[in-house]
Write a protein that binds this ligand. Structure first.
Ligand code: MF3
Ligand code: CO
Length: 255
Protein backbone atom coordinates (compact mmCIF):
# COMPACT_ATOMS: atom_id res chain seq x y z
CA UNK A 1 0.00 0.00 0.00
CA UNK A 2 1.47 3.31 -1.09
CA UNK A 3 0.37 6.12 1.27
CA UNK A 4 -1.50 9.02 -0.34
CA UNK A 5 -1.07 12.19 1.71
CA UNK A 6 -4.08 14.40 2.38
CA UNK A 7 -3.80 18.21 2.12
CA UNK A 8 -2.90 18.57 5.81
CA UNK A 9 -0.20 15.90 5.55
CA UNK A 10 1.13 17.52 2.38
CA UNK A 11 1.49 20.84 4.21
CA UNK A 12 3.48 19.09 6.94
CA UNK A 13 5.64 17.36 4.34
CA UNK A 14 6.31 20.75 2.71
CA UNK A 15 7.50 22.14 6.05
CA UNK A 16 9.70 19.17 6.97
CA UNK A 17 11.23 19.08 3.50
CA UNK A 18 11.89 22.84 3.45
CA UNK A 19 13.79 22.50 6.72
CA UNK A 20 15.72 19.45 5.42
CA UNK A 21 16.67 21.50 2.35
CA UNK A 22 17.75 24.53 4.37
CA UNK A 23 19.88 22.38 6.65
CA UNK A 24 21.53 20.65 3.69
CA UNK A 25 22.11 23.96 1.91
CA UNK A 26 23.74 25.54 4.96
CA UNK A 27 25.78 22.40 5.68
CA UNK A 28 27.14 22.35 2.12
CA UNK A 29 28.57 25.85 2.69
CA UNK A 30 30.71 24.44 5.52
CA UNK A 31 32.52 21.98 3.23
CA UNK A 32 36.09 23.09 2.54
CA UNK A 33 39.58 21.59 2.68
CA UNK A 34 40.61 21.08 6.32
CA UNK A 35 37.16 20.44 7.77
CA UNK A 36 36.66 17.00 9.33
CA UNK A 37 33.60 14.85 8.74
CA UNK A 38 33.12 14.95 12.52
CA UNK A 39 32.94 18.78 12.33
CA UNK A 40 30.27 18.51 9.62
CA UNK A 41 28.23 16.06 11.69
CA UNK A 42 28.36 18.37 14.69
CA UNK A 43 27.40 21.39 12.57
CA UNK A 44 24.49 19.41 11.14
CA UNK A 45 23.36 18.41 14.62
CA UNK A 46 23.25 22.09 15.58
CA UNK A 47 21.41 23.17 12.42
CA UNK A 48 18.74 20.47 12.82
CA UNK A 49 18.19 21.54 16.45
CA UNK A 50 17.98 25.21 15.42
CA UNK A 51 14.88 24.36 13.33
CA UNK A 52 13.36 22.27 16.13
CA UNK A 53 13.70 19.08 14.08
CA UNK A 54 15.27 15.68 14.85
CA UNK A 55 17.73 13.74 12.69
CA UNK A 56 16.02 10.78 11.03
CA UNK A 57 19.24 8.80 10.59
CA UNK A 58 20.62 9.16 14.14
CA UNK A 59 20.04 5.82 15.92
CA UNK A 60 18.52 4.33 12.76
CA UNK A 61 18.56 0.54 13.30
CA UNK A 62 20.30 -2.04 11.12
CA UNK A 63 20.21 -5.42 12.85
CA UNK A 64 21.82 -4.82 16.24
CA UNK A 65 23.65 -1.68 15.09
CA UNK A 66 22.39 1.87 15.34
CA UNK A 67 23.56 4.62 13.02
CA UNK A 68 25.74 6.91 15.16
CA UNK A 69 25.64 10.21 13.18
CA UNK A 70 23.21 13.04 12.47
CA UNK A 71 23.91 13.13 8.73
CA UNK A 72 25.26 10.47 6.38
CA UNK A 73 28.63 11.65 5.06
CA UNK A 74 30.16 9.52 2.30
CA UNK A 75 33.45 10.66 0.76
CA UNK A 76 35.02 9.76 -2.61
CA UNK A 77 34.57 5.98 -3.16
CA UNK A 78 32.04 5.79 -0.31
CA UNK A 79 28.54 5.40 -1.74
CA UNK A 80 26.18 5.86 1.24
CA UNK A 81 25.93 5.66 5.04
CA UNK A 82 29.51 6.82 5.71
CA UNK A 83 30.37 7.51 9.37
CA UNK A 84 31.77 10.83 10.55
CA UNK A 85 35.27 10.58 12.00
CA UNK A 86 37.34 13.16 13.87
CA UNK A 87 40.47 11.82 12.06
CA UNK A 88 38.93 12.23 8.60
CA UNK A 89 39.92 15.63 7.19
CA UNK A 90 38.54 16.56 3.79
CA UNK A 91 41.15 17.45 1.16
CA UNK A 92 41.15 19.57 -1.97
CA UNK A 93 39.82 17.43 -4.85
CA UNK A 94 37.63 15.20 -2.66
CA UNK A 95 33.89 14.85 -3.14
CA UNK A 96 31.57 14.23 -0.21
CA UNK A 97 27.90 13.26 -0.23
CA UNK A 98 25.77 14.81 2.52
CA UNK A 99 22.47 12.99 3.07
CA UNK A 100 20.25 15.01 5.42
CA UNK A 101 17.06 13.33 6.63
CA UNK A 102 15.06 14.79 9.50
CA UNK A 103 11.69 14.65 11.22
CA UNK A 104 9.59 17.75 11.88
CA UNK A 105 6.07 17.49 13.36
CA UNK A 106 5.94 13.79 12.60
CA UNK A 107 6.98 14.02 8.93
CA UNK A 108 10.30 13.23 7.25
CA UNK A 109 12.22 15.28 4.70
CA UNK A 110 15.09 13.58 2.89
CA UNK A 111 17.67 15.11 0.54
CA UNK A 112 21.26 14.63 -0.57
CA UNK A 113 23.94 16.46 -2.51
CA UNK A 114 27.48 15.55 -3.44
CA UNK A 115 29.74 18.51 -2.69
CA UNK A 116 33.06 19.40 -4.30
CA UNK A 117 35.90 20.04 -1.84
CA UNK A 118 37.73 22.84 -3.64
CA UNK A 119 38.47 21.94 -7.26
CA UNK A 120 37.82 18.40 -8.51
CA UNK A 121 39.09 16.52 -11.57
CA UNK A 122 37.29 16.82 -14.90
CA UNK A 123 36.07 13.22 -14.75
CA UNK A 124 34.73 13.72 -11.23
CA UNK A 125 32.98 16.91 -12.34
CA UNK A 126 31.31 14.86 -15.10
CA UNK A 127 30.21 12.24 -12.57
CA UNK A 128 28.56 14.88 -10.39
CA UNK A 129 26.84 16.63 -13.28
CA UNK A 130 25.51 13.42 -14.83
CA UNK A 131 24.25 12.14 -11.48
CA UNK A 132 22.45 15.40 -10.69
CA UNK A 133 20.98 15.54 -14.21
CA UNK A 134 19.75 11.95 -13.82
CA UNK A 135 17.93 12.97 -10.64
CA UNK A 136 16.09 15.75 -12.50
CA UNK A 137 15.27 13.41 -15.41
CA UNK A 138 13.83 10.95 -12.86
CA UNK A 139 11.83 13.69 -11.16
CA UNK A 140 10.36 14.76 -14.51
CA UNK A 141 8.79 11.27 -14.75
CA UNK A 142 7.15 11.54 -11.30
CA UNK A 143 3.74 12.36 -12.78
CA UNK A 144 0.30 10.94 -12.05
CA UNK A 145 -0.42 8.04 -14.44
CA UNK A 146 3.27 7.22 -14.95
CA UNK A 147 4.81 4.25 -13.19
CA UNK A 148 7.80 3.87 -10.88
CA UNK A 149 9.69 2.17 -13.73
CA UNK A 150 9.46 5.37 -15.78
CA UNK A 151 11.50 7.17 -13.09
CA UNK A 152 13.97 4.27 -12.85
CA UNK A 153 14.48 3.96 -16.60
CA UNK A 154 15.03 7.69 -17.12
CA UNK A 155 17.77 7.70 -14.48
CA UNK A 156 19.47 4.55 -15.77
CA UNK A 157 19.42 5.63 -19.41
CA UNK A 158 21.18 8.94 -18.73
CA UNK A 159 23.77 7.49 -16.37
CA UNK A 160 24.74 4.59 -18.61
CA UNK A 161 24.71 6.71 -21.79
CA UNK A 162 27.46 8.71 -20.11
CA UNK A 163 29.54 5.65 -19.23
CA UNK A 164 28.86 5.56 -15.49
CA UNK A 165 27.23 2.81 -13.37
CA UNK A 166 24.05 2.61 -11.31
CA UNK A 167 24.42 1.22 -7.80
CA UNK A 168 21.76 -1.54 -7.40
CA UNK A 169 21.82 -2.26 -3.68
CA UNK A 170 20.17 1.00 -2.60
CA UNK A 171 16.99 2.55 -3.95
CA UNK A 172 14.76 5.59 -3.59
CA UNK A 173 11.59 5.24 -1.56
CA UNK A 174 8.28 6.65 -0.49
CA UNK A 175 8.71 9.01 2.46
CA UNK A 176 6.24 10.49 4.93
CA UNK A 177 5.53 9.59 8.54
CA UNK A 178 8.47 7.22 8.25
CA UNK A 179 11.64 7.64 6.25
CA UNK A 180 11.13 4.47 4.24
CA UNK A 181 7.64 3.82 2.90
CA UNK A 182 6.42 2.07 -0.21
CA UNK A 183 7.20 2.13 -3.05
CA UNK A 184 10.85 1.27 -3.56
CA UNK A 185 12.26 3.31 -6.44
CA UNK A 186 15.21 1.52 -8.07
CA UNK A 187 17.54 3.65 -10.17
CA UNK A 188 17.39 1.08 -12.98
CA UNK A 189 14.47 -0.64 -14.68
CA UNK A 190 11.99 -0.58 -17.52
CA UNK A 191 9.46 2.08 -18.55
CA UNK A 192 5.76 1.27 -18.02
CA UNK A 193 6.50 -1.19 -15.19
CA UNK A 194 5.89 -1.05 -11.44
CA UNK A 195 3.28 0.77 -9.34
CA UNK A 196 1.23 3.57 -10.93
CA UNK A 197 1.93 7.04 -9.50
CA UNK A 198 -0.94 9.03 -8.01
CA UNK A 199 -1.36 12.60 -6.74
CA UNK A 200 -0.48 12.84 -3.05
CA UNK A 201 2.39 10.37 -3.15
CA UNK A 202 5.64 11.73 -1.71
CA UNK A 203 8.77 10.10 -3.08
CA UNK A 204 12.48 10.31 -2.30
CA UNK A 205 14.28 9.87 -5.62
CA UNK A 206 18.00 9.27 -5.15
CA UNK A 207 20.39 8.01 -7.82
CA UNK A 208 23.70 6.66 -6.53
CA UNK A 209 26.22 6.51 -9.37
CA UNK A 210 29.70 4.99 -9.56
CA UNK A 211 32.40 6.31 -11.86
CA UNK A 212 33.68 2.75 -12.36
CA UNK A 213 31.95 -0.59 -11.85
CA UNK A 214 28.60 -0.82 -10.02
CA UNK A 215 29.72 -3.34 -7.41
CA UNK A 216 29.84 -2.19 -3.77
CA UNK A 217 31.28 -3.60 -0.55
CA UNK A 218 30.77 -2.78 3.12
CA UNK A 219 33.37 -1.42 5.54
CA UNK A 220 34.08 -3.04 8.91
CA UNK A 221 31.97 -0.39 10.66
CA UNK A 222 28.91 -2.28 9.40
CA UNK A 223 27.47 0.83 7.71
CA UNK A 224 29.69 2.41 5.09
CA UNK A 225 29.02 1.15 1.56
CA UNK A 226 31.85 1.86 -0.88
CA UNK A 227 32.62 1.21 -4.54
CA UNK A 228 34.54 -2.08 -4.69
CA UNK A 229 36.91 -0.68 -7.33
CA UNK A 230 37.49 2.37 -5.06
CA UNK A 231 36.57 4.85 -7.78
CA UNK A 232 34.43 7.87 -6.80
CA UNK A 233 30.66 7.65 -6.28
CA UNK A 234 28.02 10.40 -6.35
CA UNK A 235 24.55 10.73 -4.80
CA UNK A 236 21.79 13.32 -5.25
CA UNK A 237 18.33 13.16 -3.73
CA UNK A 238 15.13 15.18 -3.55
CA UNK A 239 11.78 14.51 -1.90
CA UNK A 240 9.06 15.11 -4.50
CA UNK A 241 5.24 15.37 -4.40
CA UNK A 242 3.24 13.77 -7.23
CA UNK A 243 0.45 16.18 -8.24
CA UNK A 244 -2.24 16.42 -10.95
CA UNK A 245 0.30 18.40 -12.97
CA UNK A 246 4.06 19.00 -12.64
CA UNK A 247 5.95 17.19 -9.87
CA UNK A 248 6.62 19.51 -6.91
CA UNK A 249 10.15 19.31 -5.52
CA UNK A 250 9.66 19.67 -1.77
CA UNK A 251 13.33 19.86 -0.79
CA UNK A 252 14.20 23.23 -2.33
CA UNK A 253 16.04 25.52 0.10
CA UNK A 254 14.73 29.00 0.97
CA UNK A 255 17.01 30.94 -1.39
N1 MF3 B 1 18.55 9.18 4.28
C1 MF3 B 1 18.88 7.86 3.80
C2 MF3 B 1 17.94 7.49 2.68
O1 MF3 B 1 17.80 8.26 1.81
C3 MF3 B 1 18.83 6.84 4.87
C4 MF3 B 1 19.85 7.04 5.89
S1 MF3 B 1 19.44 6.13 7.21
C5 MF3 B 1 20.80 5.43 7.89
O2 MF3 B 1 17.33 6.46 2.60
F1 MF3 B 1 20.73 5.70 9.13
F2 MF3 B 1 20.70 4.15 7.67
F3 MF3 B 1 21.89 5.89 7.41
CO1 CO C 1 16.36 8.66 0.91
Amino acid sequence: MIPIKNPDEIQKMRKACKVAANVLDRLCKEVKPGVTTYDLDQICKGLIAEYGAVSACYNYPNGRLRYPCHVCISTNEEVVHGIADIRHTLQEGDITSLDVSLVLNGFVGDNTRTVRVGEVSEKTEMLLQVTEQSLYLGIAQARAGNRVGDISAAIQRHVEANGFSIVREFVGHGVGRSMHEEPQIPNYGHPRTGPVLKPGMTLAIEPMVNMGKPKIAFADDGWTAYAKDRLPSAHYEHTVLVTENEPEILTLPEN
